[in-house]
Design a protein around this ligand. Structure first.
Ligand code: SAM
Length: 281
């Protein structure tokens, strides 16, 4: 890529640097994020600024967080004429996003939206951070590995579902926007990608009396995916076997059911049962 040559740098594989070079995909991401003139965008990993440019041109404010200081000089040069651009040279996992949003939101900015072509080596921690921090954001529109996207947009209980599927469906309404060929990036990664959009819910989709317990139970159920829920929760130390057996009977769940067959509502019922009976170990 000319710009890399011009600055005499190479894409850093360890930082997940696969730069998007397909205009059609860029347009689709911007469209999927439904960006409007008053939006405040937080971009994770701007890289060479391919997505940053249309974001700057279509919104009130863009804050881009980039870990690689080699990219910083390029971005500063490229966007020095935009007064709605702010660049933070930091690991996204170390940024206090709640504080950032509170400090930077003003009368000119309306909805906060996250847009990114994410570095694949930390996709899950980034998405979980965005959700668990309960940010005041409208949506998350991101490019991720296709295989991960399939897990994120799966219905709980579906064949691709994992623990994260339940977390996503607890906090958001997920949707796949498009698949993207590996050829749309330089350098080309070993796998294809997908763009997904997560509409963040004002209130979680199910009501639980103890959120930490809900995620603990989901995690235990998926740590031992092939075991019955009864064994997974007992072996995981949630409570003793008799209690969990009684709970399954009370909640009218099959004693042999596996965690991956449960809906989010089922996990919520289990959580509330354990929490109310105070029988977690
Ligand atoms: N947005 C650009 C594009 O679409 O061409 C680059 C996307 S590239 C897949 C991921 C970007 O995230 C890289 O620029 C990389 O340096 C940056 N990155 C990697 N780890 C990061 C982290 N922990 N915090 C912030 N940025 C990170």
């Amino acid at each position: 890529m000319d710009i890399l040559k011009q600055y005499n740098i190479k894409a850093n594989k360890n930082l997940g640097q696969n730069f998007l070079v397909d205009d059609n995909t860029i347009e689709n991401i911007i469209e999927a994020a439904k960006i409007s003139k008053n939006d405040f965008i937080i971009e994770i990993g701007p890289g060479l600024g391919t997505l940053t440019k249309p974001l700057l041109e279509n919104s009130a404010k863009v804050i881009s967080v980039e870990i690689d200081n080699k990219m910083i000089k390029i971005l500063e040069d490229r966007f020095k004429l935009y007064n709605n651009f702010e660049l933070i040279n930091e690991d996204i996992l170390n940024v206090d996003l709640n504080k950032l949003i509170k400090e930077r939101k003003n009368n000119d900015t309306d909805k906060v939206k996250i847009v990114a072509n994410l570095p694949y080596y930390i996709t899950t921690p980034i998405i979980m951070k965005l959700l668990e921090n309960k940010l005041e954001i409208e949506s998350i529109t991101v490019m991720v590995q296709k295989e991960v996207a399939d897990r994120l947009v799966e219905k709980p209980g579906g064949k691709n579902s994992g623990a994260i599927t339940y977390a996503i469906n607890y906090y958001t309404i997920p949707k796949k926007i498009m698949d993207v060929s590996r050829k749309s990036f330089i350098p080309s990664p070993a796998v294809d990608s997908s763009v997904i959009n997560l509409q963040v819910l004002k209130k979680p989709s199910v009501k639980v009396s103890n959120e930490n317990l809900l995620f603990k139970i989901i995690k235990l159920a998926f740590m031992q995916k092939r075991k019955t829920l009864l064994n997974a929760l007992t072996n995981g130390g949630l409570s003793n076997k008799n209690t969990i057996e009684q709970m399954l009977l009370d909640l009218k769940l099959d004693l042999k059911i596996r965690g991956e067959k449960l809906s989010l509502e089922d996990f919520a019922r289990i959580t509330n049962y354990i929490n109310e009976k105070n029988c977690a170990n």
